[in-house]
Design a protein around this ligand. Structure first.
Ligand SMILES: [Zn+2]
Length: 212
């Protein structure tokens, strides 16, 4: 493990081609980082990793603990150290938040691991109920999930930004998963309205696929 690297399990192309079977144990995955996100074997919920702890958002966006013997088919994580946050007054939606973060990182081709904390006036998230074989297409599965909206909720977004060179490997641009401060609620972020936020980020040099 190198602190300059961002790690991932599998590739987006494989995952999107019904590659939902677990490839790597959570125990082993955690050797590669303390911050990130992904999903679990059979799409059993959205994964959020903060402070080295792995959470599962159930299909209704409530959180539960995860056994480290579980496996992941697709995840992205790395080490995010403690540092002074950049305070941003976004006062806007997800697009406005991304623009604010882009202004700070200064270059669309950077590979970034980050946390964004604050009280969100509104946030829309979803997760996934576990799937059984034969697996459906990812788009159909995601379209079938309910979106949950929370208001005035304090929490943290884990945010990864990938450059164009990550095409096929990971999600290009920004991708966020949310976890509430009380660790009760979480999921993949579909939309939000943010006010003042604190942005902590690390620029990574390279995106590395973990060998299972
Ligand atoms: Zn996601």
């Amino acid at each position: 493990m190198r602190k300059e690297e961002l790690y991932q399990v599998s590739t987006l192309a494989t995952f999107q081609n019904r590659g939902y079977d677990g490839q790597l144990s959570i125990r082993r995955m955690l050797e590669f980082g303390n911050t990130g996100f992904g999903t679990f074997h059979g799409l059993n919920g959205e994964m959020i990793v903060v402070g080295g702890v792995v959470y599962r958002a159930l299909g209704d966006c409530t959180l539960e603990a995860v056994k480290d013997s579980e496996t992941t088919p697709f995840a992205t994580l790395g080490f995010l150290g403690k540092k002074a946050p950049v305070v941003l007054d976004v006062y806007g939606n997800l697009t406005a938040l991304k623009e604010s973060l882009d202004d700070v990182i200064g270059d669309q081709q950077k590979l970034i691991l980050s946390q964004i904390s604050g009280v969100f006036e509104k946030i829309a998230i979803h997760s996934v109920w576990p799937q059984t074989k034969p697996y459906d297409e990812l788009k159909k599965i995601v379209d079938d999930q309910d979106i949950y909206i929370y208001e005035n909720i304090e929490g943290t977004l884990v945010g990864v930004h990938c450059p164009q060179s990550a095409e096929g490997f990971n999600v290009l641009g920004w991708h966020f998963h949310f976890i509430s401060e009380d660790r009760q609620i979480g999921g993949h972020v579909n939309g939000l309205f943010a006010h003042k936020i604190e942005f902590i980020y690390d620029e990574k040099e390279v995106l590395t696929i973990i060998e299972a």
